[in-house]
Design a protein around this ligand. Structure first.
Ligand code: ADP
Ligand code: MG
Length: 636
C-alpha cells in the first residue's frame, strides 16, 4: 500500500521526465538527423547529442522510444541526473542495449571525446569557440542538473513526508497488527472455545441422537401404553358400570342385612329370654324332681344275669326288692323269706348301660352349666360298681359319669358360645383318706407332697390349699386327669390295703360362665364323688390301721347321711364340719344345689348283708326327701 504513492511519484517524475524527454526526443530526433546531414553545423549541439545519446539509453529502459522526443534542455534535465547517479544506469544501458544505441553512442563519443572536426593547432579561435560551446554545454547541463536536483529535493521532501506518513501509517498498522494479534489471540481463544463447543456439540449431537432413539422407543412405548390405557379405560368404564350395579345391589343387600340384623338381634333377645326361661323351667323341674335324689344301681353278676335275692319289677323302674331267707333259729320251723322293698328315684338293673344311667343325670349336669351346684355320690360296698359308675372303663361305651358329664358340659358350653357365653373350666381331683386330703393331680416328688387344708371364704367358696387346679377345655384333658388320679392312687396302695376302696375320691369341675353382651354371669361346681367302700367289718377283725380306716369311713359316711337328711329336712343346723367330706362339699350340698346319690349294689348272695345296709342307708336319705316338707316338691 505504502508503495503505491511512491510508485506514482516516480511515475510522475518519469512522466515529467519522459514528457520532457519526449519533447526532448522530438527535438533530439531532428537534431540527430541534422547531425547526420550537417555535422559541421550541429557541432555546438554535439554535447546535447551526447546527452541525448545517453538519454535514449534511459528512455529505452524507462519509456517507449516511439514517443516523440522534444526539446533537449528539459529532456536533458529530466533524464540525466548527475553523472554519478546516472553512471550505473548508463553502464547498464551500455551493457543491455549497447547494440541498438551503438550508432548514437559512437556519435556522442566522437562529439565529446574529440569527435568534432579536429582544429588545427592554429585555429585557436575555433578551439576557444569549441571550448565556449562546451562550457555552455556544461553550464546548461549544470543548470539542468540543478533543476533536476531541485526536483529531486522536492521529490525527496515529498518522499520524506510520504515516509513520515508511511511511518505513521506503519505505527498505525503496527498498532492495528497488535490489535489484530490481540484479536487473533482472542480469536484463538474463541477458536479453542469453538472447538470445545464443537466437540461439545458433537457429544450433544450424539446424546441427542441417543435421546432421539430413546424418544422413539418412548414414543412407541407411549403409543402402546396409550392403546393399553384406552383398553383399560374401556375396561374401567365397564367395571364402573358393573360397580354401580353392584353398589346398587350392595345398597339393597345392606338394607336387607340391616333388616336381618334387627331380626337377628330381636331373635337373639328372644333366644336369650328363652334360654333364661329354659333354665328357670329346668330348675323348676329339677326341684320338683327333688334337689336330693337317690338312684340305685345293681351290678351284674360276673357270669351275667341277676341273683335270685334281688327282684326288680319290670313295670316299675323305681322299685327293688331284696328277698332274704331267714333260717329258723330253732331248726323246727321252716326257713322264712323276708322281702325288703325299697323305692328310689330310679333303679337300674344289671343290664342298664352307662349311657342309660347317664341320661338320667344329664339333666343335673345341665343344671351345673346353668349355674347350680351339683353333687353326685356313688355309695356302696367295695366291688359294687361305684368306680365303674363314676369313671367307667376306657372305651366310649363303658365310660362313666365323670367323662360323660364333662363331655356334655363342653358341648353345651360350645352351643352357648353362639349366644355370647364364655366358659372357663377348672378341674381338681382330691382324695380323702383317714380324714386327710391328698392331691390326686400332684406330679411332683412323692417326698415333697404338700399338706392341704380346706379354706372357706366369706362368700362361702371352699378351696383347698396347695391343690392342683387344672384348666380344662376338652374331654381328653379330663380323661388324662382321671388317669393321673388313678396312678396317684395306685402308688399309695399296698397289697394288703386296697386304699382306693378305703378313701373317698372327689372330682370337682369349677364352671364359670360370662355373657358380657348381656352382663350375665354364672358360677357353679360339679362334684362327682366315688365314696369309700361302705362295708362294715367285724370289730374283732379290724385292728390298728384298719380300725382307724374303718372308723374314719364310718364316721364320714354316717355324717354324709346326716348332712343330707338335715338338708332335706331344711334343718337350721347342718353338721358339715363333722367330716372332711361334708366340709369340703358344703357349698355343693346346700341351697339350690342338686344332690344325687347312687347306691351301688353287688348282686352276689354273700353281699346280701351289705346290700341291705346300703339300701337302708340310701332309703333313709330318700325317706328324708320324700318326707313332709319336700313331698310336694317331688315329682313322682
Ligand atoms: P367299687 O369301685 O365299688 O369297688 P368297681 O367299680 O371297681 O367297684 O367294680 C368292681 C368290678 O365290677 C369291676 O371289675 C367293674 O368293671 C365291674 N362292674 C361294676 N359295675 C359294673 C356294671 N354295671 N357292668 C359291668 N361291670 C361292672
Ligand atoms: Mg372303687
Amino acid at each position: 500500500m505504502s508503495r503505491l504513492p511512491v510508485m506514482s511519484a516516480s511515475k510522475r517524475v518519469l512522466t515529467s521526465t519522459s514528457s520532457s524527454g519526449s519533447e526532448n526526443g522530438q527535438d533530439l530526433a531532428p537534431a540527430q538527423k541534422r547531425v547526420r546531414k550537417d555535422p559541421e553545423s550541429v557541432k555546438p549541439q554535439a554535447a546535447a547529442t551526447i546527452i541525448g545519446g545517453k538519454r535514449p539509453a534511459v528512455a529505452a529502459t524507462r519509456a517507449p522510444l516511439s514517443k516523440p522526443v522534444r526539446g533537449m534542455g528539459a529532456a536533458t534535465v529530466a533524464v540525466g541526473p548527475s553523472r554519478g547517479v546516472m553512471k550505473p544506469s548508463m553502464a547498464s544501458t551500455a551493457a543491455k542495449g549497447g547494440n541498438t544505441k551503438q550508432p548514437v553512442a559512437s556519435t556522442g563519443t566522437k562529439a565529446g571525446g574529440g569527435a568534432a572536426p579536429r582544429r588545427h593547432a592554429w585555429d585557436l579561435k575555433g578551439k576557444v569557440s569549441d571550448m565556449e560551446g562546451k562550457l555552455r554545454n556544461y553550464q546548461t547541463k549544470v543548470k539542468s542538473v540543478n533543476q533536476e536536483n531541485e526536483v529531486l529535493k522536492d521529490s525527496m521532501t515529498q518522499s520524506r513526508t510520504r515516509v513520515g506518513q508511511m511511518e505513521k501509517e506503519l505505527v498505525k498498522q503496527r498498532n492495528q497488527i497488535s490489535e489484530y494479534e490481540e484479536e487473533l489471540t482472542t480469536l484463538s481463544g474463541v477458536r479453542d472455545e469453538l472447538e470445545k463447543v464443537s466437540s461439545d456439540k458433537s457429544t450433544l449431537q450424539k446424546e441427542l441422537s441417543n435421546l432421539e432413539g430413546k424418544y422413539k422407543v418412548m414414543e412407541t412405548l407411549r403409543d402402546s401404553q396409550e392403546t393399553e390405557l384406552q383398553t383399560l379405560k374401556m375396561k374401567l368404564s365397564v367395571q364402573e358400570s358393573t360397580l354401580a350395579r353392584v353398589q346398587a345391589t350392595l345398597r339393597d343387600t345392606e338394607e336387607e342385612v340391616r333388616g336381618l340384623k334387627e331380626t337377628v338381634a330381636q331373635q337373639e333377645d328372644e333366644l336369650h329370654a328363652g334360654e333364661m326361661e329354659r333354665r328357670r323351667l329346668h330348675n323348676t323341674i329339677q326341684e320338683l324332681k327333688g334337689n336330693i335324689r337317690v338312684f340305685c344301681r345293681v351290678r351284674p353278676l360276673v357270669d351275667g344275669g341277676l341273683s335270685k335275692h334281688l327282684q326288680l319289677p319290670a313295670s316299675d323302674n323305681k322299685m327293688i326288692t331284696l328277698a332274704k331267707t331267714e333260717e329258723s333259729h330253732t331248726g323246727k320251723t321252716a326257713d322264712t323269706q323276708k322281702n325288703y322293698n325299697f323305692s328310689f328315684d330310679r333303679v337300674f338293673g344289671p343290664q342298664a348301660s352307662q349311657h342309660e344311667v347317664f341320661e338320667e343325670i344329664s339333666l343335673l349336669v345341665q343344671s351345673a352349666l346353668d349355674g347350680y351346684n351339683v353333687c353326685c355320690f356313688a355309695y356302696g360296698q367295695t366291688g359294687s360298681g361305684k368306680t365303674y359308675t363314676m369313671e367307667g372303663d376306657e372305651f366310649d361305651e363303658t365310660r362313666g359319669v365323670i367323662p360323660r358329664a364333662v363331655k356334655q358340659i363342653f358341648k353345651a358350653a360350645e352351643k352357648l358360645a353362639a349366644q355370647g357365653w364364655e366358659f372357663t373350666f377348672t378341674a381338681s381331683f382330691v382324695e380323702i383318706y383317714n380324714e386327710s386330703l391328698r392331691d390326686l393331680l400332684y406330679t411332683g416328688k412323692a417326698n415333697k407332697r404338700p399338706e392341704h387344708e380346706i379354706r372357706k371364704s366369706a362368700n362361702n367358696e371352699v378351696t383347698i390349699t396347695n391343690l392342683t387346679y387344672e384348666k380344662v377345655s376338652n374331654e381328653d384333658q379330663v380323661l388324662g386327669l382321671i388317669n393321673l388320679a388313678n396312678q396317684n392312687r395306685s402308688t399309695a396302695q399296698t397289697a394288703q390295703n386296697d386304699r382306693s376302696s378305703r378313701s373317698h375320691s372327689v372330682f370337682q369341675l369349677d364352671i364359670e360362665g360370662v355373657n358380657s353382651g348381656r352382663d350375665v354371669k354364672c358360677k357353679s361346681t360339679l362334684c362327682l364323688v366315688d365314696l369309700a367302700g361302705s362295708e362294715r367289718m367285724m370289730k374283732s377283725q379290724s385292728q390298728g390301721e384298719r380300725f382307724k380306716e374303718m372308723t374314719a369311713i364310718n364316721t364320714s359316711l354316717t355324717n354324709l347321711g346326716i348332712v343330707i337328711a338335715a338338708l332335706a329336712n331344711k334343718e337350721s343346723h347342718v353338721p358339715y364340719r363333722n367330716s372332711k367330706l361334708t366340709y369340703l362339699l358344703q357349698a355343693c350340698l346346700g341351697g339350690n344345689s342338686k344332690t344325687l346319690m347312687f347306691v351301688n349294689i353287688a348282686p352276689e348272695t354273700d353281699s346280701l348283708g351289705e346290700t341291705l345296709n346300703s339300701l337302708r342307708f340310701a332309703s333313709k336319705v330318700n325317706a328324708c326327701v320324700i318326707g313332709t316338707a319336700s313331698a310336694n316338691r317331688k315329682l313322682s
